[in-house]
Design a protein around this ligand. Sequence first.
Ligand code: FES
Ligand SMILES: [Fe+2]
Length: 356
Amino acid sequence: MSEELIDPDIRVARTLPSVFYTGQGEFEELKSVFSGWQFAAHKSELESVTIQPLNHIEDITGESMVLTKTDEVRCMSNVCTHRGMRLAISECDKKTLQCAYHGRTFDLKGNFRNMPEFEQATNFPSKKDDLPQFPIEEYLGMYFTSQSDCEPLPWGALKPRLDFLNIQSLKHDPTRDRDHQVSANWMLYVDNYLEGFHIPFVHPELNQALDYSGYITETFDGGVIQIGKAVEGDLKFDLPPGHPDEGQDIAAYYLWLFPNMMFNFYPWGMSLNLVVPVSTNKCRILYKGYVGDSELAEQGAGSILDTVEIQDQEIIEMVQKGMYSKVYDRGRYSPTREQGVHHFHRIISNLNKVNK
Ligand code: FES
Ligand SMILES: [Fe+2]
């Protein structure tokens, strides 16, 4: 039996070899993981519009898609079936999708409706002239879509913890949105997100709001949840009776879903980090804010998000440089603080095995 790249026993395991963060071949090979479930939009982003182009998914996967709202929410191709023009350029509340190139028109279910100068075309229109549809899944007002056959999202397992958050009632607040360019491989951003080990060293301000000794990491198929405990007197969740964490002072839930989605839940609402892979040593972090209670947003672990984000990015840009070292290749994991990173590396190395 060949030795596993990442040993299942964290106490003996070594981290991913640095070529995973620098190699062009590794970068290209891992791109396929992004065609699984991706966050599309929150319900509040469809409140006053009927057409919402998913530009971030195009950035992440290269596929142009659009959400439309009629009696239900659908996800479909945003590419005109005539000669490939992008259909929706920005969000709007129109009742049809009309191509700005030669005027082909579709209804919001994706059916071809009409097209000038095609009277003499035979066998036209056909099914091929309709817009291809993508699957859509909703959880607590958040819509997800995918471009490949993949396992369902692990919301079932998360329900007991997250249902009380009332995510469906949050409102998108565009003033909180950010688009950060980071000079590091996307997996370094994920590695960093998956451990609170660095908090006392890298985030002095956050460290004041979190009780580091009570920080918990739990891994499950397809993701990791980290639980940050509040320090005495700081902002915490009001947990309902019977909640799995009842009786504890929870400041934040940090949820990562493979490969690139991070949901940060605070008493005031939710922030979302979507990682866009750009090249072996560049990524973008699309950051979005959804608010339930804007007064609370100025307090506790979620109030210093910009500071924390910049501190993280500066660190991982330096780690990226370390990945080019000729004398560094792999490290070891802290068995008590790096279970999340180990779990992520296991997923990556298992994919790698399947692809070989
Ligand atoms: S490309 Fe859309 S109508 Fe021609
Ligand atoms: Fe951090």
